[in-house]
Design a protein. Sequence first.
Length: 392
Amino acid sequence: MKFLSSLKPKIYNKDTALVLVILLLSALLAILPSGFETPFGRNTVRVRAKILQVDNSDIQTFGIVSAGEQWLLVEIMDGEYSGQQFESTNSLIGKMETDKMFQVGDVAFVVLDFIGNEVFSVTAYDHYRLNFELLLVIIFATLLIGFAGWSGVKALLSFVFALLLMWKILFPRILLGQDPILVSLVVVTALTAATLYLVAGVNKTAFVAFMGAMLGVLLTCGLALLLLPPFRLHGAIQPFSETLLYSGFEHLNLTRMFLAAIFIGASGAVLDVAIDVSTSMGEVVEKRPDLSTAELIKSGFTVGRNMTSTMVTTLLMAYASGYMALLMVFMAQGIPPLNLLNTNYVAAEILKTVVGSLGLVTVAPFTAIVGGFIYVHKERSYGTEKSGVFYD
């Protein structure tokens, strides 16, 4: 019987069981209603439409921006109204970041509003990009699976699970008035566990990385709570946060949303460092099972130092890139660096970067210490104490 059981395909193991569980959870999240599918009780349908005619006579141009209303004649390309033509409008408010202009032949993403069974209005929401986005996702998934094989499949699953968990749990819970920090901690914990166990497998490598990563995330959260008051920042500095208040969600605590965004943003880099340190320590133990706990921790520290140094710069670039235009505006106007650093937008990015980096710096030693006690243990055998190694 033991011989027969040893012939079982490797696919029937705890790692595959975890994949099936995450698949099931992802499917449940996909069909789970968020409660915000149709805002304010509107009866709408979203379809593609081809632009047949354009009238720009009501649009006024002021320098480099335009404002007014663009009249369109569109032909529906999807659904039960396919082939039918409707008049539509495209409002421009003079903001280049949100305004769009259509030309004859463009394919638009339009929203049909109904009163009863009749189409009441047709709004050209934006240019239709979903086909190109789907193509990019397919290319990404193909390359990932082609390069990493089964590990790529699990990484892709963790990516999808993360998106669904944020869209169906994180955002709706916060909109409903639950504490952003607590909800975010729960979601980050679930994402951290799912990602690490899917990628590394159900083993001690993933457990060590999970413990180290969560200690880093909790430290980042604590530092954000501690350091925000001296900075005197409000959560409204986040883009579109004020718009969220005006949309009927005045109860939201924007400041705690901003704090949650700090450790959510740093969690990805924290995961990367934690799993690399844990994997390296696991390899060291496999080659040198005679190492003591102190020696293994020292090896983990050595691995973590170089990784942390590069990841801090990565975190800085990730945060700074979102405000390139703002920084260039200050430079173009000749504003001194001290004034720049004291601006609320820049101060907020400094807080994000420094707090995120502090959590990142500590996750390597956290992982190394946890790994030192998990990978190596002491056991008594025949009255003597010897070192041993945990194996799966």
